[in-house]
Design a protein around this ligand. Sequence first.
Ligand SMILES: Nc1ncnc2c1ncn2[C@@H]1O[C@H](COP(=O)(O)OP(=O)(O)OP(=O)(O)O)[C@@H](O)[C@H]1O
Length: 361
Amino acid sequence: MAEITLSKLAHSYFAKPRGEADFALKEMDHVWQDGGAYALLGASGCGKTTLLNIISGLVTPSQGRVLFGGRDVTRAPTAERNIAQVFQFPVVYDTMTVRENLAFPLKNRGRDAAYVARRVDQIAKMIGMESALDRRAQGLTADAKQKISLGRGMVREDVNAILFDEPLTVIDPHMKWELRTQLKQLHREFGHTMIYVTHDQTEALTFADKVVVMHEGRVVQTGTPEELFETPEHTFVGYFIGSPGMNLFDAEVQGETARVNGIDVPLGAAYPALRGRVQIGIRPEFVSLAAEGLPVTVTRVEDVGRHRILRAEAFGRPVNLLLPEGEAAATGQTRLRLAPEKINVYADDWRVKPLGQQRGA
Ligand SMILES: Nc1ncnc2c1ncn2[C@@H]1O[C@H](COP(=O)(O)OP(=O)(O)OP(=O)(O)O)[C@@H](O)[C@H]1O
């Protein structure tokens, strides 16, 4: 296993990029710690697959270096990187049995028969295919074939990393949850470095210890699910994660007060003078109906099972809050209180640290 370092990495699919916009990946430095379970999360087209393919060696970056445990592998072919990969769609040998498919990576590396048998049994159990081990892969459903691909990706214990690119797309919803749980269990047992690409926040948040959020070719935040929820470092993290995402208001911030369309909103801390587009952000979980505060017009209330979402409009922009159980929903005009200590402040989309936390915080 190995720590994976990306140093001054950038990639453009153009032979002669004319500017930053031509780069699918903007310059980045990033370290994937040895043994970490990471999700790489972002909207379609943000560069997740490009980044994964650079780590695996399928794409050579136009700039920067990739290091595996200190060894420069930037130009090394995939076969030399000692990694396992699981793609979105199944890659199985149709003429082989399930057992032979699972055993293939181990036999290829000359592991002894007893070890292979033991390991194949263990993996078959994990993917729930013990009873199908002697069946040919040909004729199995796409779902079953993808489980074999997953199993094969995880069968070797000695890989530097396992890379998953949206591996559960073809799996049925119930099995998805089960396989994710199994993957996590396997990570706990063997401590492989795992990088799991997805655009689904539930998948990312339930699988990973650390979620790496990408937006328009950049890593905008790497954090635990809790950090992404409490302190989104970029407005994109705020509204991409959460259901619904974070509310954002244009504001002028002075000291411990934000002014939103002429209304003073108290903040939980003091901020320095800010330039650029200044916004305050607050998650719907921390907004409540109140006698005083931001004036809004309620547009509708949605019952989403576990709770209700109140959707409203403030100064022509949508704003959402979660209604606590038993609380009556307001209609028409009302006011909202934003919990001061839960407000984050943003300048040009990046979170600003409050005064007193500016250095090393
Ligand atoms: N082979 C290629 N040639 C040219 N442009 C490409 C190529 N592959 C990807 N791109 C472009 O690079 C950008 C990033 O694509 P990438 O596939 O890495 O994103 P992604 O986040 O994985 O998206 P998705 O989830 O849709 O696969 C996109 O603008 C895409 O159009």
